[in-house]
Design a protein around this ligand. Structure first.
Ligand SMILES: Nc1nc2c(ncn2[C@@H]2O[C@H](COP(=O)(O)OP(=O)(O)OP(=O)(O)O)[C@@H](O)[C@H]2O)c(=O)[nH]1
Ligand SMILES: [Mg+2]
Length: 438
């Protein structure tokens, strides 16, 4: 079936047509002249009834040298949804079908034009909200993840082949260093996969934006810190404890990375109903955050409320930054009573130390390591890791057949990262989240 959708709309709209009838429909619409592949033809487009619809650049990509691997025609029309809608309507009347979201990419994957990981990067690229995220995705788009998966598969197949040989030889004839060699190679693969998973989880925020919650007891300067981080007065600041009642969220582009800061109501035992709700929101914000900034007041001795914050912090297994604020005043707070060394700042004068730490912890600097860009990929890598660890266990027990079974299972998981599972439900669910025309 030949499908059609608008792929872009602005000063110029791009309409994409893909399928066996693409060339025929395009020629009908553009008056029947020749359309040589990969040439831009300036054509007048007419409706069946002879009405002039638009003048457009028409480019024909002959199968299989096209985005989808099928015959594709692109119409670059004069902008505006209305104008391009008339052309799409005409193509529909001629027998094309409106494409579903992601259907072009799905066809590209099914026709072997790109692997699944690449298709996912395309979807994420559209959503990417920072320059650094786009750079990371471009690496997957260029096939880096696909290359890694295929080298890992080669490695696992090599290990399997050696294992089969060992099974055939039987225990007695085994060269003693063969199993050790396998183990060493397997350990290296496991270490690499673990590093990819941990870096991907740490840097997940690069794609969706990092969420950083600022928590602490009332009046320690949380809202002042938010304002200093945003470089404008977003939240109300006052010396009255309990000023912030509701969570305040604001996004900033922090050195090319999207960061969402959440200022929260000071946490304390309160009888005030509204404040109590606010405090619940504060705890929820901390729970939802990728990173927690816990603030303490340098100019005051440690209180019970600070102890509560320290206790609360210990219950979260996530990246935490301890901050001692108001360091422009006399130091009264016993810093050695905190679980880790705090960063000393003054929201009034200087928060450089905090900014530096945020950049460091969020791994803003590009590292050479690959990054997984979807939950689907992460799930598959984790499943493969589980199988590989199971395999090591079995190898140590010299259960070679079960070892081979786990290596095979790991291989299947790794393959599924880039190869479409021929299960249309999974594919539809995945590509359904794409936007039209992709
Ligand atoms: N000297 C000094 N005062 C500060 C600093 N940071 C904040 N303050 C003052 O501390 C008081 C409380 O600041 P806020 O930012 O409202 O504190 P908060 O933690 O948001 O308070 P709640 O919203 O009530 O939980 C205000 O009077 C600020 O001007 C600082 O670094 N130095
Ligand atoms: Mg506040």
């Amino acid at each position: 079936m030949t499908i059609v959708a608008r792929a872009a709309s602005g000063a110029i709209s791009i309409i994409r047509l893909s399928g066996v009838r693409a060339l025929e429909l395009a020629r009908t619409l553009s008056g029947g002249g020749e359309l040589s592949p990969r040439h831009a033809h300036l054509k007048k487009l007419h409706s069946k009834s002879g009405e002039l619809l638009d003048e457009a650049l028409v480019i024909y990509f002959k199968a299989p040298a096209s985005f989808t691997g099928e015959d594709v025609v692109e119409f670059h029309t004069h902008g505006g949804e209305a104008a391009s809608s008339a052309i799409i309507d005409e193509l529909l009347a001629l027998g094309a079908r409106a494409a579903n979201p992601g259907e072009f990419s799905k066809r590209a994957v099914l026709n072997g034009k790109m692997d699944l990981a690449k298709a996912e990067s395309i979807a994420a690229m559209i959503e990417a909200r920072s320059g650094l995220a786009a750079k990371m995705l471009a690496r997957t788009l260029c096939g880096e993840l696909g290359e890694f998966c295929s080298s890992l598969r080669k490695e696992l197949i090599y290990i399997l082949a050696h294992c089969e040989a060992c099974i055939d030889y039987g225990d007695d004839d085994l060269p003693s260093d063969v199993l050790e060699g396998i183990l060493e190679r397997l350990d290296a693969s496991i270490a690499r996969l673990e590093s990819i998973v941990s870096i991907s989880e740490q840097r997940k925020g690069l794609i969706d934006g990092f969420k950083i919650a600022i928590i602490g007891k009332p009046n320690v300067g949380k809202s002042s810190i938010l304002n200093a981080l945003l470089a404008y007065d977003r939240a109300i600041v006052s010396n009255k404890a309990g000023t912030t009642r509701d969570t305040i969220e604001e996004s900033v582009n922090f050195d090319g990375v999207l960061v969402r800061f959440v200022d929260t109501a000071g946490i304390r035992t309160s009888t005030d109903e509204i404040e109590k709700i606010g405090i619940e929101y504060s705890k929820k914000a901390a729970n939802d955050a990728d990173i927690i900034i816990a603030v303490f007041d340098a100019s005051k001795d440690k209180s019970k409320e600070d102890d509560e914050i320290i206790k609360l912090l210990a219950s979260y297994e996530k990246t935490k930054i301890l901050v001692l604020n108001k360091c422009d005043l006399n130091l009264e707070f016993p810093t050695n009573s905190l679980p880790t060394e705090p960063i000393k700042i003054s929201a009034k004068d200087d928060i450089t130390g905090l900014k530096k730490e945020i950049k460091k912890l969020a791994s803003f600097e590009q590292s050479g390591e690959l990054m997984l860009t979807s939950n689907r990929q992460t799930k598959l890598v984790k499943a493969a890791l589980k199988e590989l660890k199971e395999a090591v266990f079995k190898l140590n027990e010299s259960e070679l057949e079960i070892f081979a079974f786990h290596i095979n299972a790991a291989l299947k998981n790794i393959a599924a990262i880039t190869e479409p599972a021929y299960n249309s439900d999974i594919l539809d669910a995945m590509f359904g989240s794409f936007c039209l025309g992709k």
